[in-house]
Ligand binder design. Structure first.
Ligand SMILES: Cc1ncc(COP(=O)(O)O)c(C=O)c1O
Length: 403
């Protein structure tokens, strides 16, 4: 069988345009799963059955470290991006307490538009007595760097945690600059890079962050596996105590299969980079056509650097959930905001933080293109979106006119 390495598995006839929620599994991963399954031994076993799994884990760690530009032992495998975010925030705090490094109330700084696995953990840290400072963003999603510096100046800070790319708007944050600022004032720097992986090239060495979180299911591999990069010398108290796996930083028998799949994707880093770059043209075509054919549409986060695959739209006069369901019935998978908060009657906290009104935030649509997305799919989607928005707007207009 000749493999086109990064071709992805299709799900029925559905046209999937929600790649920031999750990605399909790459064929190269699906093809190797049976092989990896044969390595069912425990990687900690000394006898023969442990050797295969141990090698798979070692090779995956090495491939990921080459892609991230870090050392293999700086990577700690976790149960996903949420766990990696929890591990760094809670683990650093516990470590500082345990080693009596806190002379006063510890401070942690984050942004208003982080993923809930950072924001909710920060809420938890605040309940433990941490002084959590949340830096606002502007209407375009840009973080206020002056306010960040002011917060750093005010009081010694243990950690700054700012994401690399936003999961809803795709906005990119100047991580290198934020890291420099954090370090200048003696704080450690963590970045949630879950949405950046596979979409933009980066070097952890150049960015110089102390910690970074990753998730494999946003990277065409499997769910329930992720990683936390911990710069050499950095120390955290583990979340999960037990065996000595991951050098004592995350106990529990390793998920060999999922780790191998994660590493496999990193092995294709050059093709990943070229696929990611080629998406820009398709997204720009999608954006241009929508703006030209549907009146009053606004691109959320336009004017700032964005992920090439992402498009977040405000479509006034249309309820986002209704639009989503209508498009779903026509065979298109899109979302109104982050998948983890969909189904909630509340509008997206990210859009509210960007200064959108509730009504505006409820008229939003999030599109995320992937490596498998074709021009034909995008054109079919545009046609259907134009017709559906027109129908929903005239329906809404009729309802208003009638009372
Ligand atoms: C920016 C960001 N961080 C963290 C996560 C959580 O990752 P996981 O689903 O692997 O827990 C997500 C997933 O939606 C995300 O988009």
């Amino acid at each position: 069988m000749i493999l086109e390495p990064l071709k992805t598995l299709k799900q029925g006839n559905q046209i999937y345009l929600d790649h920031n929620a999750t990605t399909p599994v790459a064929e190269v991963v699906a093809h190797k799963v049976n092989e990896w399954l044969k390595q069912w031994g425990n990687a900690s076993s000394i006898h023969q059955s442990g050797r295969g799994p141990k090698t798979l884990i070692r090779d995956a760690r090495r491939a990921l470290s080459e892609m991230f530009d870090c050392q293999a032992l700086e990577i700690v495998f976790t149960g996903g991006g949420s766990e990696a975010n929890n591990l760094v925030l809670k683990g650093l705090y516990e470590h500082l307490v345990k080693t009596h490094q806190l002379t006063e109330r510890p401070r942690m700084i984050t942004s208003q538009v982080e993923h809930p696995s950072v924001l909710k953990t920060m809420e938890f840290m605040a309940s433990k007595g941490v002084d959590v400072v949340t830096i606002p963003v502007c209407r375009y999603g840009k973080i206020n760097l002056e306010q960040l510096e002011q917060a750093l100046k005010e009081k010694p800070t243990s950690l700054v945690s700012v994401m690399f790319a936003n999961n809803e708007t795709g906005s990119l944050f100047p991580i290198q600059k934020i890291t420099e600022l954090a370090h200048q004032y003696g704080a450690l720097m963590h970045s949630d890079m879950v949405q950046a992986l596979g979409k933009i090239p980066f070097s952890l060495k150049e960015l110089n962050v102390d910690f970074a979180s990753f998730s494999a299911h946003k990277f065409y591999a499997l769910k329930g596996i992720g990683a936390l990069y911990c710069k050499k010398g950095s120390q955290l108290t583990p979340l999960i105590h037990g065996g000595a796996q991951e050098r004592g930083r995350r106990a529990g028998t390793e998920n060999t299969l999922a780790i191998a799949a994660f590493g496999e994707m990193a092995r294709h880093k050059d093709e990943v980079a070229s696929r990611a770059a080629s998406i820009t043209e398709l997204r720009d075509h999608l954006e241009k056509e929508i703006l030209a054919r549907i009146s009053d549409v606004e691109v959320t986060g336009a004017g700032v650097d964005r992920l090439a695959n992402s498009l977040s739209l405000l479509i006034p006069g249309v309820d986002g959930e209704t639009l989503l369901m209508n498009l779903d019935m026509k065979g298109f998978s899109v979302s109104t905001g982050a998948a983890c908060s969909s189904g909630s009657p509340e509008p997206s906290p990210v859009l509210i933080a960007m200064g959108l009104s509730r009504e505006e935030a409820q008229s939003s649509l999030r599109l995320g293109l992937g490596w498998g997305t074709t021009r034909e799919e995008v054109d079919l989607f545009i046609e259907q979106l134009v017709v559906t928005v027109k129908r929903l707007r005239s329906f809404q207009h009729g309802m208003k006119a009638n009372g």
